[in-house]
Design a protein around this ligand. Sequence first.
Ligand code: NAP
Length: 166
Amino acid sequence: MVNRGEVFFVVAVADNGVIGADGTMPWHLPPDLRRFKALTMGKPMVMGRKTFESLPGLLPGRRHIVLTRDPDWAEEGAEVARSAEEALALANAPHIAVVGGAEVFALFLPLASRIEWTAIHASPQGDTRFPPFDRAAWTETFRENHPPQGPTPGFDFVTLMRKPLV
Ligand SMILES: NC(=O)c1ccc[n+]([C@@H]2O[C@H](COP(=O)([O-])OP(=O)(O)OC[C@H]3O[C@@H](n4cnc5c(N)ncnc54)[C@H](OP(=O)(O)O)[C@@H]3O)[C@@H](O)[C@H]2O)c1
């Protein structure tokens, strides 16, 4: 697979591994949405068809490259890709944001060199989990803790960089 740019993930994961429930995210965390916006602005975003359909609408200032196997699927503002290779070729940018969901994270995990991980200190019910990955292959280079506030759970913004192969 040809990698035409840095592939990085932006993901929010609860302590129990949950990232989604019923086609949406089981929390409302405005600071995380702001971080998502800052990290993805101006960069092509690659996502699964289910994640695209979970968005409230097109996110301004970013391309939406959507993976689907459905030959008939089309939506205004979405660039359709039928494989990881096609998505990367379409993205054709120095930094490519892979934004989920679980199926698409699993697909791109071998290619990702950075993960922008929001660790949410809650254990909500859910049906979608971040795929298993080898945490020992990654170095934590940044962590910012945000304590809980009222009903809002605490969370950490974390950056993980893939360790170089030795
Ligand atoms: N917490 C977070 O950071 C975060 C981020 C993103 C999403 N989410 C949540 O995750 C859930 C959705 O995740 P998900 O894993 O169910 O779905 P998804 O990864 O968003 O989308 C899956 C779809 O992508 C397409 N696809 C997957 N692999 C493909 C391949 N190799 N080639 C072509 N197309 C491919 C297929 O579309 P077709 O069925 O159309 O063929 C598949 O059904 C939602 O609850 C969402 O809210 C959470």
